[in-house]
Design a protein around this ligand. Structure first.
Ligand SMILES: *Cc1c(COP(=O)(O)O)cnc(C)c1O
Length: 523
């Protein structure tokens, strides 16, 4: 098969190999790497239906990562999808009220980021070896809650790598924060940012574009790479579970050969749903891809009107991993929807950075007609958790509940009865307070804009940290009692884990923070 190379959505780079794209993360012109064509699946659905997750991963990823040898790729897959996951299926399906929840939360951090971040470090170190890189790879990541922890779990202890994560100090759940602050590994670093996720993401992007900064790091023996969802090494592994899920529905007799299935995805940075789109382009018979938003419904408005506008109020919601106003991966869909016109894409992105908005015309909108969209506000999300729990005993986390609520609205509005997969992106145990409030009907957590109680700008004292950890375990026990679902080990450990990270900084201090972190720790 002919090798697939990558090109930048902004036209500045072409002919980039997969391993180069994985290492660089972002193109130097600020664009995102896109494969020059999307390959078709080389095996039949019958064959896929008999494959394990690992075998499916190889089939799906191989054509995209064509400069990795069979041995390299199989080694990466074996290291990623092993006993870290609490089920051999890796991504099991749960049929609930006639809808299929694709559970992407069986990894170390009980959220879907594990699906890709378990393999990315191995794809990166294999790529570095291929390219003869001597520098240590520094992963700099902005997180809205889940990516940071999942990335640190993935990179912790991987030789030749270090990782520094910035998270919005008051924009993540208590469990998410504890997960990050207790992270082990000499090569992991966490900083609470006094700002929101967009501040963190903008700051990290700036550092990636700062040539002088790159030189300084190089002199220290480091080079930057990105584990954020713009990395092709994140996107490609996410295609796998969509192919796998469809093949399992077929194998289990839930669908007929070639039957169309819709997919609903709770969306933030547009990475997960873009992977579903790639799966469809590879030949999986998916119908509508339903993009679900929370109160930060910038994507919903975009699909409704063709105008993307980030100039709006930012809400801190009960589904923090979707609290995003600039969905980075949308750039790839824009590029693919205008016939790979890099000038056009660059222009739109320039408008976005200069004015915070852009609009696309009817042709591009037509090219996006596979996508439907909807949003659910805090009240609807809460009601959906309660409804599904009362009807079926199945517990949704707030992100999955947004998708479920949006899907229900979509089905009522369109009368589209096509079978549907809903990407279930986190375990309910990742957000116990919110989920408990929903099923017991006491719900301050669902008011948009409701920020967590801690005052901003002060590092919590050791005593208040310890008290927080105790409150958390009481919540977990209560949730276990009500739901009858055992607390996952990953969460249980947290109640006694030591807080190892205490750093806090302001957005304008991010560069200094990176430098001082690594100059101090350099051995
Ligand atoms: C990251 C995340 C999302 C959003 O996924 P994108 O790929 O950014 O659209 C949804 N739910 C959870 C739990 C997440 O961690």
């Amino acid at each position: 098969m002919k090798e697939i190379l990558y090109e930048s959505t902004r036209g500045g780079e072409r002919g980039i190999t997969a391993s180069q794209a994985v290492l660089k993360g972002l193109a130097e012109d600020g664009g995102l790497y896109v494969p020059e064509r999307i390959p078709k699946l080389a095996v039949s659905m019958e064959e896929l239906s008999e494959m394990s997750y690992q075998e499916t991963a190889y089939e799906v990823m191989k054509p995209f990562l064509s400069d990795y040898t069979e041995e390299e790729l199989k080694d990466c897959i074996a290291k990623a999808y092993d006993g870290k996951f609490d089920t051999e299926e890796i991504a099991p399906l749960a049929k609930v009220n006639g809808v299929y929840f694709l559970e992407l939360f069986h990894g170390k951090t009980i959220a879907f980021k594990d699906m890709a971040l378990s393999i990315l470090p191995h794809l990166m170190t294999a790529a570095a070896k291929k390219q003869g890189i001597k520098n240590e790879i520094v992963i700099l990541t902005a997180t809205s809650g889940d990516t940071g922890k999942a990335a640190m779990e993935g990179f912790a202890g991987v030789p030749g790598t270090r990782i520094l994560v910035f998270y919005p100090k008051n924009g993540v759940s208590r469990i998410q924060e504890l997960q990050m602050l207790t992270q082990k590994g000499e090569n992991t670093f966490v900083v609470g940012l006094e700002g929101n996720f967009d501040d963190a993401q903008t700051g990290v992007k700036k550092l990636f574009h700062d040539q002088a900064f790159a030189k300084e790091l190089d002199a220290m023996g480091y080079q930057l790479s990105s584990a954020n969802s713009i990395n092709i090494g994140r996107l490609v592994p996410q295609i796998v579970y969509y192919v796998y899920a469809y093949a399992k529905l077929f194998k289990n007799g839930e669908i007929k050969k070639g039957e169309t299935v819709n997919v609903t995805v709770p969306t933030g940075n547009f990475g997960n749903i873009l992977a579903a789109y790639f799966a469809k382009e590879m030949g999986v018979p998916f119908g509508r891809l339903i993009c679900a938003s929370n109160d930060n419904k910038v994507l919903y408005d975009f699909f409704q009107s063709g105008a993307y506008d980030r100039n709006r109020e930012f809400f801190v919601t009960a589904s923090p991993s979707m609290d995003i106003l600039v969905s980075s991966n949308l750039e790839r869909l824009l590029y693919l929807s205008c016939g790979r016109d890099a000038m056009k894409t660059r222009g739109l992105m320039e408008q976005l950075s200069e004015t915070g908005r852009y609009a696309i015309g009817p042709e591009m909108r037509e090219a996006m007609k596979d996508f439907a969209s909807g949003y659910a506000d805090g009240k609807e999300t809460e009601a959906e958790i309660r409804r599904v729990f009362e009807d079926t005993g199945y517990l949704l986390d707030p992100h999955t509940a947004v998708a479920s609520a949006v899907y229900e609205k979509y089905r009522k509005q369109t009368e589209d009865g096509t079978k549907t997969l809903i990407a279930s992106t986190a375990s309910p145990y990742k957000f116990p307070e919110t989920v408990l409030a929903a099923i017991s009907g006491t719900s301050p957590a669902f008011a948009p804009g409701a920020a967590p109680a801690e005052p901003s700008g002060t590092a919590p004292s050791a005593a208040s940290e310890a008290a927080g950890q105790r409150d958390e375990s009481a919540l977990l026990e209560e949730l276990e009692r009500l739901s009858g679902i055992p607390v996952p080990a990953a969460v249980k450990e947290l109640s006694s884990a030591k807080i190892r990270h205490h750093a806090v900084c302001r957005p304008e201090e991010m560069k200094e923070t990176v430098k001082s972190t690594f100059s101090k720790k350099r051995k």
